[in-house]
Write a protein that binds this ligand. Structure first.
Ligand code: SAM
Ligand code: SF4
Ligand code: F3S
Length: 444
């Protein structure tokens, strides 16, 4: 095997794992190519959070195997953990299967395939090796850093605890060493990753996420820090204070609610009520009034009545999220909710989702329109995909901002942009001062 191509589905954790996969494959002497057709090895880094992505991956395996049977397909990620050896039966082209806890062993799997074996490596080793120096980072402006693996919550609808294993926090010192290293390479923004990131506890000192954020935000050369995903039941006052006080921490928070009905939240095993969630939002907003909040919602969980759904809609209009990511409920193998009844029909899910999006898009647009005339500090990520004469970047509240190039700034610079127009999912404007670097300070 000489060449490889990686296809990634799913969340930021998978995107980051794909960087680890690419780094390992390069280390083992394989060269990247730009299309699956040209690759000796196609790695599918998969997601099983809902049935649709799983079906897409299964048909992708069939397509690749038919198109060029000599290509080796390596299945990684959450479907690999879930299906394990059964994936080898899908096609003779599947050369290896590697769960998320085994990603770092991809080089070993490739060697085994070259010796005629078809390894299946799943499960989670307590002492799994993690060498951040081998990660191949795609972005030159933004770096992802894992702080906590796995999940202990076992929400009744969710497959993640089965595919990603139990929570394991990395020592604060190890996270800091990684952040310092990528900041020294010129990365301006760090995104800290974990499925329940605010459950983070340093295994050596007991430090919380708030302390970790403070430490990371003061690393030399780093401009901004964000973190994803927070669970409402682990949100402490220390985290609220850091969001409010440390100007290098994003004014953005993803705080999944899943449902606005207490009966459904109980059946989901989310361990908070609607009022507790709303009270938390009030406390966060009292400390940081301009914070941009986003959320996840599941529509059509078993037994969700019209009244339950109306409760969710009421919360959305009450909180006014900058962005709502909503999904129709999809039963997942092994999860308790897969046995819950009554199931909600696909038609009802679709019509509820349409109602939800028409309201949430209107709110997103209204919130964005309120920003017209304001000045955003935008970190330039790259050229706009729609217009090569424009840059695209993100403000400190995570909103996407597009603006014409002036010729004086480049990728990785922070510029001040006056917002002139607003859509539901992005803003646009004009640079008012070129290449401004934000000072590294704690407002205190
Ligand atoms: N850890 C995060 C949390 O606590 O909310 C989210 C993890 S999950 C990878 C991302 C989102 O997928 C969830 O917030 C949920 O809305 C959605 N999701 C998870 N399981 C689902 C299912 N069985 N059907 C539909 N959506 C699901
Ligand atoms: Fe899934 Fe719940 Fe864990 Fe999030 S907190 S990953 S939704 S089990
Ligand atoms: Fe999907 Fe696994 Fe992430 S199921 S959403 S890739 S943790």
């Amino acid at each position: 095997m000489k060449t490889f191509f990686v296809e990634t589905w799913g969340c930021q954790m998978n995107q980051h794992d794909s960087e680890l996969i690419e780094g390992q494959l390069r280390l083992h002497g394989l060269a990247p190519v730009t299309t699956a057709e040209d690759a000796d090895l196609v790695v599918l880094n998969t997601c099983s959070v809902r049935d649709k992505p799983v079906q897409k991956i299964i048909s992708r395996i069939g397509f690749l195997a038919k198109q060029k049977p000599e290509t080796i397909i390596g299945v990684c990620g959450c479907v690999a953990e879930q299906e394990a050896g059964a994936l080898l039966d899908r096609s003779a082209s599947v050369g290896f299967v590697l769960g998320p806890g085994q990603t770092a062993r991809i080089g070993e799997a490739v060697r085994a395939v070259e010796q005629g074996k078809r390894p299946v490596l799943t499960g989670f080793d307590a002492e799994a090796e993690y060498n951040f120096h081998t990660i191949f980072r795609k972005s030159t402006t933004r770096g992802m850093v894992t702080v906590i693996e796995g999940c202990n919550e076992f929400c009744t609808f969710c497959i993640v605890p089965y595919t990603r294993g139990r929570e394991v926090s990395r020592p604060l010192g190890a996270v800091l060493a990684e952040v310092r290293s990528i900041a020294a390479d010129g990365i301006k923004e760090v995104e800290l990753l974990g499925q329940t990131i605010n459950a983070y506890r340093c295994p050596e000192t007991g430090a919380t996420l708030a302390r970790l954020l403070e430490a990371v935000a003061s690393v030399d050369g780093l401009l901004r820090v964000r973190f994803i995903t927070s669970h409402p039941r682990h949100f402490g006052q220390d985290l609220i204070d850091v969001l409010a006080e440390n100007r290098n921490v994003f004014r953005y928070l993803h705080l999944p609610i899943q449902s606005g009905s207490d009966a459904i939240l109980r059946k989901m095993h989310r361990k908070y009520t609607r009022d507790e969630y709303l009270a938390l939002v009030d406390r966060i907003r009292a400390a940081t009034p301009k914070i941009n909040l986003s959320t996840d919602v599941i529509v059509g969980f078993p037994g969700e009545s019209d009244a339950d759904f109306d409760d969710t809609m009421r919360v959305l209009t009450q909180v006014r999220f900058g962005q709502v990511y909503a999904f129709g409920y999809s039963p997942r193998p092994k999860t308790p909710a897969a046995r819950y009844r009554p199931e909600i029909s696909e038609e009802v899910k679709t019509s509820r989702l349409q109602r939800l999006f028409s309201v949430s898009n209107r709110i997103s647009l209204e919130l964005n329109q309120e920003l017209v005339g304001e000045v955003a500090q935008v970190l330039i990520d790259g050229e706009s995909r729609r217009n090569p004469e424009h840059w695209q970047g993100r403000g400190e509240d995570n909103r996407v901002v597009n603006f014409p190039k002036s010729g004086r700034e480049d990728v990785g610079d922070v510029v001040e942009v006056e917002i002139q127009r607003a859509g539901p999912h992005s803003l646009s404007g004009e640079i008012i001062a070129g290449a401004v670097r934000l000072p590294i300070v704690s407002a205190g």
